[in-house]
Design a protein. Structure first.
Length: 213
């Protein structure tokens, strides 16, 4: 590798930056360029990864290697290890995600008949409006989960139960779902009522005004 030229990639949940730097006298580096889209490192450069996405990929690989240290500082990720992590994540059984949703629903004593009916109606609307919203099976699954869980907050208090549903989903988590997916499921459950107030609840993003989840 050419130690005189390095690249730093800062990869978040929906943003990426690639910073290119050159060595200067005094063991320092000078900014050469900064690219925010279509990040692709050139061969022969040292690539330093920052951000939560990079750390999570490193954690997965460290667990796979039984890495003995508690710190991930200077941990090396290869393209092969990242490809393997992506393969494993994409093959996560759908059954696990469905079980996760139903398990939470049963813990909080959901009304099965009502939740199933809401799920059916939401699914029909989703499919009929697909030419307008342009979403696919990934978003359909999140809507499906929200339909099942939308009333679990009634376990705490019927009034404002939509807020309690949102809080329960966020705090309990859903094994098999990514944190952002859990947040979207909670958001859909919390925004089931038409009125949106100033207590932290927000309407789901409109597909015509915001980027896709």
């Amino acid at each position: 590798m050419d130690a005189q030229r390095i690249a730093i990639i800062d990869l978040g949940s929906n943003t990426a930056r690639l910073i290119l730097m050159n060595a200067v006298p005094g063991n320092a580096y000078r900014l050469e360029d900064e690219i925010r889209e279509k990040v692709k490192a050139k061969p022969g450069r040292i690539l330093i990864g920052l951000g939560g996405t990079i750390r999570n990929l490193a954690k997965i690989e460290a667990a796979r290697q039984n890495y003995p240290l508690n710190t991930l500082h200077s941990f090396r990720l290869t393209q092969d290890s990242i490809s393997e992590s992506i393969r494993q994540l994409t093959e996560l059984p759908l059954k696990e995600r469905r079980f996760s949703v139903l398990n939470m629903a049963r813990v909080y004593h959901y009304q099965k008949n009502h939740a199933t009916h809401v799920r059916y109606l939401a699914g029909r609307l989703f499919n009929q409006l697909s030419p307008l919203h342009g979403y696919d099976s990934a978003e359909h699954e999140l809507l499906d989960a929200a339909a099942i869980l939308h009333d679990i907050g009634s376990m705490i208090n019927y009034y404002d139960h939509h807020k309690h549903s949102q809080t329960l989903i966020i705090n309990s988590g859903l094994p098999g779902f990514a944190p952002r997916e859990v947040a979207l499921i909670a958001l859909l459950s919390g925004a089931q009522r038409a009125g949106v107030d100033g207590n932290g609840l927000q309407s789901p993003p409109h597909p015509g005004k915001h980027s896709r989840p």
